[in-house]
Design a protein around this ligand. Structure first.
Ligand SMILES: *[C@@H]1O[C@H](CO)[C@@H](O)[C@H](O)[C@H]1NC(C)=O
Ligand SMILES: *[C@@H]1O[C@H](CO)[C@@H](O)[C@H](O)[C@H]1NC(C)=O
Length: 328
């Protein structure tokens, strides 16, 4: 019952537009000020605190840089103290409150405001502010992940990706670059780490077909990840089409067995879209050897012949033993 009563009282107070006063002075301190001015004239007490609250109503929505909170606390601490002094000097209560309010206003003007949040993303500690309306610290409500930026390049171009941000980051912030092949995504779990350190940019020279995919850069401070930027690098593969034509020519000339057809399809289409085959050699490696297919066929044939002959020998030996066993 008592708890509910206090809760209602608290709600009644917080609903009033006097937030800074209520954040930094306690009910007991304010009551003591009234005691100082009105002593045992209890009939006056009922009005005393509402007068004070009305006078400080203008600081209801005050918000300052988070680093100023101690100063804000001091301003209200001094204000209570100065009211008590004025009561002893027999200054009339309404006048004392008005003077106190003017003093607070003057001191508050010295406090610095938090810099604005810079959209569209990132944890911006600099922009953290203290809000009297809720008596709490408030951070920017921006996401850590930035929207994906599209970067179009042709094979052979130089690509420079920059992880710079417009807001301040700690001096010892670290940069982690990640990559996922082929797809355009911002799902962090799909990425593989590329490198880690203090370098805010990534230079790709020359840009190859195997670089087609999404690069992510993650900036972290001691409080954790501050921001993640995503770059979808869309590489137009000039060489791919050229090489494809060449391969067709080779195939026609060599007239290879059906196995080559399968292999040709694999690197031609599936590798580009099928992520599960990431352990395959990169497109670049495959393309760098024009006689790749030929070599592979020879290897397949040799291995095949070797396995077949081993099998034949084993079968022959088994049959022989079986036959001799029966005779005995
Ligand atoms: C990549 O670029 C090509 C042409 O430049 C375009 O047709 C294709 O849609 C782009 N891919 C994505 C995922 O944006
Ligand atoms: C990717 O390859 C796996 C087998 O390696 C196959 O099961 C899957 O269907 C393929 N996915 C696509 C999209 O081709």
């Amino acid at each position: 019952m008592l708890t509910i009563h206090f809760l209602l009282l608290w709600l009644a107070f917080s609903a009033q537009a006097t937030a800074c006063l209520l954040c930094f002075t306690t009910q007991r301190k304010r009551a003591r000020v009234c005691q100082h001015f009105f002593g045992h004239r209890v009939s006056q007490h009922g009005n005393c605190q509402p007068i004070m609250e009305r006078a400080f109503a203008r600081f209801a929505k005050t918000q300052v840089d988070a680093s100023e909170i101690e100063k804000l606390k001091d301003i209200f601490g001094r204000m209570i103290f100065s009211l008590e002094e004025k009561s002893m000097a027999k200054v009339p209560y309404p006048l004392a409150v008005k003077e106190a309010e003017k003093q607070v206003e003057k001191e508050m003007a010295q406090l610095k405001a938090a810099p604005a949040c810079i959209p569209p993303c990132g944890f911006q500690k600099e922009a953290r502010q203290y809000r009297c309306s809720s008596c709490t610290m408030v951070d920017c409500s921006l996401p850590i992940d930035c929207p994906i930026q599209d970067v179009h390049k042709s094979e052979g171009d130089v690509t420079l990706l920059s992880c710079g941000v417009k807001f301040e980051i700690p001096e010892d912030a670290t940069f982690r670059w990640k990559f996922v092949k082929e797809i355009r995504t911002n799902k962090v779990f799909l990425f593989q780490d590329l490198n880690f350190g203090f370098n805010p940019s990534l230079l790709i020279r020359p840009t190859l077909g195997s670089h087609h995919g999404t690069f992510a850069c993650q900036i972290a401070g001691e409080d954790g990840v501050l921001v993640r930027k995503f770059f979808y690098l869309n590489v137009t593969e000039k060489r791919l089409h050229l090489e494809k034509e060449l391969q067709e020519m080779f195939k026609a000339i060599l007239n290879p067995p059906p196995m080559v057809e399968v292999a040709g399809e694999t690197w031609g289409e599936e590798v580009q879209t099928n992520l599960t085959e990431s352990e395959m050699p990169s497109l670049e490696e495959i393309l760098s050897g024009p006689d790749f297919l030929h070599k592979k066929v020879v290897v397949f044939l040799i291995v095949g012949i070797a396995m077949l002959s081993t099998l034949a020998t084993m079968i022959a030996m088994t049959i022989y033993r079986w036959a001799t066993d029966i005779k005995l």
